[in-house]
Design a protein around this ligand. Sequence first.
Ligand code: FES
Length: 323
Amino acid sequence: MKIGSVTMVPSGRQFEVLPGQTLLEAGLAAGIALPFGCANGSCGTCQARVQTGSVDKIKHHDFVLTETQKLDGHCLLCSCSTNQNINIEVLEANSVVDIPHQELQAKLCRSERSQNVIVLAFKFVRGKALRFLPGQRVQLTQSAGSSIELAIASCPCNAQYVEFHIANNEHSQLEAAQWAELMLEARSRERISVSGPLGDFTLSNNIGKPKLFIANGIEFAQLQGMIEQVLNSELDVPCFLIWQASANTPHYRLNWCQSWRDAFDNFDFLAIETNAAICSVLPASWLSKNPGYEVYIGAMHHELHQNLINLGIPPDSIFFPAS
Ligand code: FES
């Protein structure tokens, strides 16, 4: 079983390809924002040029490459694999402006209720996939017209699925909880429209810089995909999560955090249960011992933001979604 190794030109980023994996699947799993549209060989968006080495076609594609393109080394990332060391020329998305707006249809494929949180996972129909950066949001519309905008909790490494977390307690956003309950009633009969991606809260291009994530309750949903992307990147970037929760919205994915800590040496977390304001749970001693971190906050908390600046974090290293 020989594993392929891909170096991207011009970025120099690298990822490994397992036997049977397409270059697109392997690149996305490694947290690289490769270009793609259909993910099933019909649109041609994932076209790339092999500079050195060769690839094998392992999946049928309807998109037709011209003879000139083939002679010039062009291939489709969603149809080809490799077991060699190869260099490919391809344009990665570096920011949200590189990702086109998409309109897709999806069906509910998994749901769970976990400690006052409803988790809904949707699969795109006809093998389609959504191109997005972790931290972004989408608008979801049920066939009856009821719409809601939610943060995508899942990582783009499996872009045929998207997952959302919705708080369902007396303090939660009533509109979101009702939307989720309607979805659960309709279950797989319902086909929803997914429109996006939206928002510019996403990981910075400073991929090697250590990352601190801070979430209060359900804000974990906004950060989960980002953490997965950092861990999937295999760059061993130190990554720490401070997650405050209360009895209303507990640490509903504590088992995920524990399994990340078991699997990745570069990840650790602190789960704090309190009703206190999130700015007061910030461990100043941890920050003083761990300088140089970028900080990602699940939502804008002005007092927390000011505390971070007072603790010496430069304002341009603090990221939060627009409210
Ligand atoms: S993503 Fe459409 S052809 Fe590869």
